[in-house]
Design a protein around this ligand. Structure first.
Ligand code: SF4
Length: 69
């Protein structure tokens, strides 16, 4: 599982990097940025889930989920 931020949707509320600093930071304008790469470990996945749940713009996306059978 990996996490990305859709920069087209992010408006820079900052909830991701305030709530989940293990996986997110911000750019010079306050927009969210993913600070981890590759497959998320358990702690990073917990942070990513928190950001997904709290991003008002639904800009934080988890990718790589196996389709259910
Ligand atoms: S919480 Fe969402 S809108 Fe706010 S900075 Fe993070 S990704 Fe962008």
């Amino acid at each position: 599982m990996r996490v990305i931020i859709d920069s087209e949707l992010c408006t820079g509320h900052g909830r991701c990097y305030v709530l989940a600093p293990l996986a997110f930071g911000c750019d010079d304008s306050g927009f969210g940025a993913v600070t981890v790469s590759g497959e998320l470990d358990a702690d990073q996945l917990r942070m990513a889930d928190l950001a997904v749940a709290n991003c008002p713009e639904r800009a934080v996306l988890l990718i790589g989920t196996e389709p259910s059978a």
